[in-house]
Design a protein around this ligand. Sequence first.
Ligand code: ADP
Ligand code: MG
Length: 347
Amino acid sequence: NAIELDDVVKEYLSHGEVVQAVKGITLGIAEGEFFSLLGPSGCGKTTTMRMIAGFEDPSRGVVRLHGSDVTDVPPNKRDVNMVFQSYALFPHMSVWDNVAFGLKQRKVPQQEIRQRVGEMLEIVDLTGREKRRPREMSGGQQQRVALARALVNKPRALLLDEPLGALDLKLRQAMQIELKRIQREVGITFVYVTHDQGEALTMSDRIAVMNDGLVEQLGGPREIYERPATTFVAGFIGTSNLLAGTATGGVLPVGGGRVLVPEQDGQVSVTVRPEKITISTEKPNGDVSVVPGTVAEVVYLGTYTSYAVSLADGAEITVFQQNALDSTTTAERGDPVWLSWRAQHSY
Ligand code: ADP
Ligand code: MG
């Protein structure tokens, strides 16, 4: 593994009280992987990243980089580099000088500097802009300069802490694709911190979903979306409907309908994704979960329509229906409808 955390804990002393920012994280990040730490603000993402970089000492536990224990090794002696949200470029220097700075400091020969900086600017698609100053560039371009500057030293891993946070949505989405391409091209390990689930799902090979100082689930984007391990993960990733109650014989009664659940009996709570639910005006047949309701809201969103459906018990279920060319669903506000979904889509 490129990076390993072994039961890493970080405690801070805050106003005389011990605060556990990271409560015991164990994970391994493979060489060349695009790995994301995803979670809400304050869950410990930055602290975890800073322990990998060496800016923070763990209170307990071990950090390994490429097989060696670096827990007590200072940041400048670790073979990783970090990119921040606030690009931290030198404002008075040109793009070229910003990128070349580290190499000059390390007395790398002129010829090699010229070659490596040139190559790197080509990878981040800034060839021709060498003489610009950071303030003459857009946010996205500045971020690419910061990226080139971090990558030109050829670190074995790059740590990125919410690097796109300052960009507007359109630019952020373009940069997500760009970052993924750059990572593939340079082939080094990326550890990416974000609170944006869409961003993590788009770019990552694997994601660690964090909550309150712990990893709640670690897996590929699809696995995390389709099979959330906890209620927290289900709620945090995407939109989901949470249904709870007492099941009998694998059936949970919900608002005058029946939901097929994995557990046989007792207190259960299941999650259903809005896009797994079919909305129809006729009562569906077959071995499916079936719940009656009334359309409370219809929002047309281009590629799909979002319905809020009220149930007899007052609960509300969100349904997303694809707007295919031959779409026949025409439920409107106030219409009585039936919701149905297959058993495997309740989890
Ligand atoms: P995230 O990056 O996920 O938003 P952080 O790692 O920055 O979360 O913070 C995790 C928790 O640790 C928060 O509750 C934060 O207030 C606390 N924390 C972070 N840094 C310090 C510090 N230097 N001193 C005290 N508490 C801190
Ligand atoms: Mg943070």
